[in-house]
Design a protein around this ligand. Structure first.
Ligand code: PLP
Length: 223
């Protein structure tokens, strides 16, 4: 695996992105020197899925990196990332959003969030249904939160699904995204549609993605 050129892989992935699409380099499980290599190649947006790993890497690496939480977030761990996280992609309950709001307030800041929507066939993937999303946004509790801003949606398609199915799942997410634009307010600024990973980001972009989360296509397979 020593032969993998992170710099070349980033350039290759970026060559497929429209200017309107942001690349999140998914660095989970990768050691610091690899993240530094990606940083030196111009990548400034990193996605991690574990709180402790993100905190440790944030402490060691340059301060102009944007840290995105892309994994399921437990309520009791929000406080560790609240001081510095740039975007939380994985908000999947009112409960965790309330805690993010509380910790953002403690840190005197507003935290940008995406609602994670369940679009895959697999039962195991986290995420809200369309109805649960509407219920969350209609709740008085959401209305009372002053330290979070919903910037859009995130979804993960079924792993290894045929192209037609991926298109259907991403297209469905896009439709929900467009629909929620009707609710735009100070707290809802629907501008980010986070969909697409190493295996499916080309289709995700065709279906309207504005942010792709790419790991193995840049850094090689994870163990
Ligand atoms: C790991 C992960 C990715 C990146 O997956 P690759 O297939 O390595 O590109 C993207 N999004 C989420 C939520 C992940 O957990």
């Amino acid at each position: 695996m020593g032969d993998i050129s992170v710099k070349e892989n980033i350039a290759e992935v970026e060559s497929h992105l429209k200017p309107s699409v942001t690349l999140v380099a998914v660095t989970k499980t990768k050691p610091l020197h690899i993240l530094q290599e990606a940083y030196d190649a111009g990548c400034k947006v990193f996605g991690e899925n574990k709180v402790q790993e993100m905190v440790e890497k944030h402490e060691e690496l340059p301060k102009d990196i944007e840290w995105h939480m892309i994994g399921h977030l437990q309520t009791n761990k929000v406080k560790y990332i609240a001081p510095f996280v740039s975007l939380i992609h994985s908000v999947d309950s009112l409960k965790v959003l309330k805690e993010i709001n509380k910790q953002a307030k403690k840190n005197n800041r507003t935290i940008d969030c995406l609602l994670q929507i369940h679009i895959a066939e697999e039962e195991t993937k986290f995420g809200l249904s369309e109805q649960e999303t509407a219920d969350l946004l209609d709740s008085g509790e959401f209305g009372a939160m002053d330290n979070i801003r919903i910037q859009g949606l995130m979804g993960m398609a079924t792993y290894d699904a045929p192209d037609a199915q991926l298109r259907k799942e991403f297209g469905g997410l896009r439709r929900i995204f467009e629909d929620l634009k009707k609710r735009e307010s100070e707290k809802m600024n629907m501008q980010i549609l986070s969909m697409g990973m190493s295996n499916d980001f080309l289709i995700a972009i065709e279906e309207g993605s504005t942010m792709v989360r790419v790991g193995s296509a840049i850094f090689g397979a994870r163990k």
